[in-house]
Every structure is written in C-alpha cells, then in structure tokens.
Design a protein around this ligand. Structure first.
Ligand code: ZN
Length: 480
C-alpha cells in the first residue's frame, strides 16, 4: 500500500514538474523593442482622402460581365491626382489594365525587394440589404469619426493608408534601401487570377524573389483570444484552402399523389445530414501551434498551462475552440451547404436535386482528402459528387523567425498600444496566396483595430484608429 502511494505521489510530482517546466519555458518574447512611433501629425486631410476612395464603385461580380471596369480607371485617376508625388517618384505599371504595380526603387540593389499589397475591388451590396445600411454604402460618409461604406475596411483603408505612408515618407526625403513593390489587385474578391496572380507571374518572369510579402489578413483585436486581455495583432502565416463540391441526385420523380419511397430531395437531404454529422477531425496545424506558443505567455494561468502542454491538454483545447465558429475554423477543415436547388411545381416530384458545399481546407489536408471524406460520409452511390471548379489547396506556412516578421511585430508595438503580435491561420482567402512563386515569407495582416463588417451591412472604419494604420506602414517601410 505504502509503495503504491509513493508511486502515485512521485508520478504526480513528475507530472507537475513537466507541466510547469513547459509553462515557464513558453515565456513572453522579449526581443520586441517598443520604439517610439514616427511623428505623423503633419499628415492632414487623410480622413477625407480615404472617404473619397469609397465613392468609386469598384465592385467585383462573379459574373464578370456585370463589372464596370471604367470605374477602376476612374479610381486610378483619383489616386494619381491625390498623390501626385508618388506617381512622379515611383514607377507605375498596370497589369491586365486594372491591377496596379508600383515600384519604389531602393538604394541597395543587393537587397531582396519587399512587396506590400492591398486590393481595389469590393464585394457588391445586394439589393435586399440596401435599406439596412445606416448610410448609403458608396458615398463615403463620415459620422462621429467613423467612415461608413463598402470597402472601408476591405480593403481601401489598407490601400490608401499605404499611399499615405509613401507620400509622407517622400515628403521627408526618405529613400528605401531595398526596392519596394506595391501591388493593388482588381479582382481579389473573385479569386485574384486576373490581378494578383498575373502580377506574381510577371514578377517571377523577371526573376524577382522577394524578401517578404505583406497583404491584408488578420487585424488587431481585443477580446477575441480567450484568456488574453491585451490587444492581439493576428498575422496570418498560412491560408486555408478552398473548394466547392456539387452534390446531385437524379431519381425519377413522378406525380406527388403517388410518391415512391425514394426521391431526389429526400436522398439529397439525408446526404446533407450525414455529411454535417461527420465533421473533419480536429488538428493543430503548424500556424495554430505557433499562435498558441505566442499568446499563451499572455494568457490566464489555466490557458497558459493548457497551451504550453498540448501533449496532455489537446482534447481540452479542441473542446474550447470548437465552441465558437471562428475557433472551430482554426482547428479543422470546415464545410457548409451554401446553395440548394430542387423542384419547381407544388405537385411534381423533381427528378433532380442539387446542393453546393463550400469547404475551407486546413493545412495538412488536401482537396483529394476532402473528396474522400465527403464520399465516405455520404456513402450513397445515388449521390453524385463533382468539383464545381478547380479549388485551391491550403498554402504552406511562412516562418516567423524572419526580419520582416520582426518588423511587423515592432511596428505593431509602436502603433497599437500594449498590443502583442502573433502568427495565426488565415481562414479567409487573400490575394497573397498567389505569391508563393515569388516569396516564402508571406504575411497576412491588416493594421486595423477591431474592424467591423467584412462583406457585411454597415461596414465601417474607425477613423481614430486609422491614423495608427498609416503610422504602422510608415514605421514598417522605414525599417525595411
Ligand atoms: Zn479583402
């Protein structure tokens, strides 16, 4: 009896030792210096300039025949007339007519260039939500130091604030050491193939390998990471993949007065239920693991203990993360039906029922894995599964032990008070996914504090924080 007690006691001591060793090993990163931010108080009129940018209805539609390309050219004219010294000092190229590539030549050709990105296009405002907007979405209206409108945060704030930063630095006679490219795509919201992808291919054809790419992505958020009270700047170091699968069932229908046991709608419905009852397994991808290593030292005691000891607490972490939609999306491939069609008449059983399933693919899972999982979950040969378009595999993971990631962290620290920077997994798509042919260090971060309304009604930009956005890019570019 004594021996057993002693054994249990020793095991507990060892366990506690390991838990606390990992707890303290995972210490806050002290390498980030919080330098004073550059004084940019001389920049005036910046609120009006970003507001005006929203009045250009650079809307992307899946049906490209609906796109008013002329507006993009008008928007280019607006940029040129608003920031003339930029266009005198930097070299402008347009790619596929509407995407902008600006090159700011550096003094040291030995250094690899850097690339900053943003996109010009915005998602449409659907007819049925027009009345729900507090202010018309394309008028750039400022109320109580808040700019309302489509594109305010996605993504014209990034685009215009980068230009504000270049403009300011040119006025200070700043000259970068390395070449800096600015890439402003025109079709990000519909996949970026004509814009960002074409620009990446152009740079690749010129043998340009960039030190880093910084595109839109995560942002500075308060209260979103459980157990962390400080503002957290989320820098995407990997991006989930994307796929649409069409499920279709084709069974003879007939008259609704004498229904057969099986019909297309019922069979499809069962398939959808089976699929939703079979979620993809949870896993902690490298970027999420790196996220936990960065935030855990700033978390509450229990969270830090758990995140520092994933070998023991993984099930607990999965449980916590799967409680919320954004958390769940971090730990697995997600899937959701987004379109369902079948039937036209009250008293006719349709022959065909069709559904679209939208997937966001986790790092480590492939498109083929998704198809296999779906086929197995549905397990019914009557349900035909097909790919609607090519899909996009999840990206690789960018390292965080790079100079450019350090520059992001320290520029965040200077401009967003008391904040910490962490890598994370980007669950939505960005143009930078096309740049893996040009750089291995791709970071997805929008220097915006608690933005509201991506693709939503009443999208707005808090203008008080927007000055920090400009400040971030000024400091970041100076560090390059
Ligand atoms: Zn965007």
């Amino acid at each position: 009896m004594k021996k057993i007690t002693l054994f249990i006691f020793s095991a507990l001591v060892i366990l506690m030792g390991v838990l606390f060793y990992n707890y303290f090993k995972n210490a806050p990163d002290k390498s980030i210096q919080v330098l004073p931010r550059t004084d940019i108080s001389s920049i005036n009129g910046y609120k009006e300039r970003v507001a005006k940018a929203l009045t250009y209805q650079t809307v992307s539609y899946e049906d490209t025949s609906l796109i008013d390309y002329n507006t993009f050219l008008e928007f280019h004219k607006y940029l040129q007339s608003t920031f003339p010294i930029i266009f005198e000092n930097l070299t402008l190229e347009t790619v596929n007519k509407y995407s902008i590539l600006l090159k700011w030549s550096g003094s040291n050709p030995q250094l690899k260039p850097g690339i900053l990105m943003a996109h010009q296009d915005v998602v449409p405002v659907s007819e049925d939500t027009k009345d729900l907007w507090r202010f018309p979405p394309f008028e750039g209206i400022i109320k109580d130091d808040t700019l309302f409108g489509r594109g305010s945060i996605d993504n014209k704030a990034n685009l215009i604030s980068q230009l504000e930063a270049i403009n300011f630095l040119l006025q200070q006679n700043f000259k970068p050491q390395r070449d800096i490219y600015f890439v402003f795509g025109h079709d990000e919201e519909i996949g970026g193939k004509q814009g960002a992808l074409a620009v990446a291919q152009l740079l690749k054809s010129r043998n340009i390998q960039a030190d880093f790419v910084l595109d839109e992505g995560g942002y500075v958020s308060t209260g979103i990471v459980p157990g962390v009270t400080r503002p957290v700047a989320l820098v995407g170091t990997a991006e989930k993949g994307f796929l649409n699968l069409e499920l279709s069932v084709n069974i003879d229908g007939g008259h609704s007065s004498m229904p057969n046991k099986d019909n297309a709608i019922n069979t499809l419905s069962k398939a959808l239920v089976n699929l939703s009852n079979t979620p993809f397994p949870s896993s902690i991808s490298p970027s999420v693991q790196s996220f936990m290593a960065h935030v855990s030292p700033h978390s509450s005691f229990i969270n830090r203990l758990a995140m520092s000891n994933l070998w023991l607490f993984k099930p607990l972490i999965y449980n916590i993360y799967s409680q919320t939609a954004p958390g769940d999306a971090m730990i697995r491939t997600t899937m959701v039906p987004t379109i369902i069609k079948g039937g036209e008449k009250d008293n006719v059983i349709p022959n065909i029922a069709v559904a679209n399933i939208n997937y966001r693919i986790n790092s480590g899972t492939t498109i083929q894995d998704v198809i296999d999982h779906t086929t197995k979950a549905i397990n019914n040969p009557l349900v035909h599964i097909s790919m609607k378009s090519q899909g996009q595999e999840a990206t690789g993971v960018s390292p965080v032990n790079t100079e450019s990631f350090q520059h992001i962290s320290s520029s965040v620290a200077s401009n967003f008070e008391n904040s910490i920077t962490t890598p994370f997994l980007m669950i939505a798509g960005t143009d930078s996914k096309h740049f893996d042919i040009v750089s291995q260090n791709i970071y997805k971060f929008s220097p915006l504090a608690n933005p509201y309304g991506f693709h939503a009604v009443n999208e707005y930009l808090n203008l008080k924080d927007y000055k920090n956005t400009i400040g971030f890019y000024v400091d970041f570019i100076k560090k390059l």
